[in-house]
Design a protein around this ligand. Sequence first.
Ligand code: ATP
Ligand code: ZN
Length: 225
Amino acid sequence: MLDNSRLRIAMQKSGRLSDESKKLLAQCGIKINLQEQRLIAFAENMPIDILRVRDDDIPGLVIDGVVDIGIVGENVLEEEVLDRQAEGEDPQFIKLRALDFGGCRLSIAAPRDFEYSGPECLNDLRIATTYPHLLRRYLAQYNVTFKTCLLNGSVEVAPRAGLADVICDLVSSGATLEANGLKEIEVIYKSKACLIQRQGDMSPIKQALIDKIMTRIQGVIQARE
Ligand code: ATP
Ligand code: ZN
């Protein structure tokens, strides 16, 4: 049986957000003993369970109320919301705050020799991406339609492999694009990590714990600025 009395927080198991997420919780005074292969970790000094999953699963876990809190990139969150809306759902959650890590941008990139003069050039092209909804929303503003090539990884090799004309992928320094003979032509979404809470009633104990964590996060982030 699931223990509903403990606050459940979902964070990325291993990837670009995991170290910073772990550090933030530790700096908030939550003592967690993370064992590499374990899905769940228990805090030693507070009634908190940490669920370590793929980042893509975090928005759904919060929206579905499986966990109370999630730390996830706004890009992944927004894509999940658009995906659920496209399915006719009305996904609900509370955005507690933006965090000071995980900064990146979702950009369209094309082969270096591609002549780009604006979004209209992309009409009817095939675009490789993990974020079809964010891309569609952006290009719809310009009445541009496109064909998708859905990939969950290695998006940047798609043009070279002949799978797509251009790509829409996350960029931070641009070094990966450069290494793959691509140039950034359009920034479509700017993202960072954020903290979200499930909708619905929270027991007084959990609410007090969330309030305490939020105050501590505020202090931690302010001290870093
Ligand atoms: P998982 O195995 O959990 O699904 P992943 O490979 O999908 O991991 P990561 O590459 O670890 O995901 O990225 C997680 C998040 O980190 C991204 O969704 C984004 O919010 C953020 N991020 C920050 N900089 C970058 C970057 N340069 N490239 C990709 N993601 C970045
Ligand atoms: Zn992922």
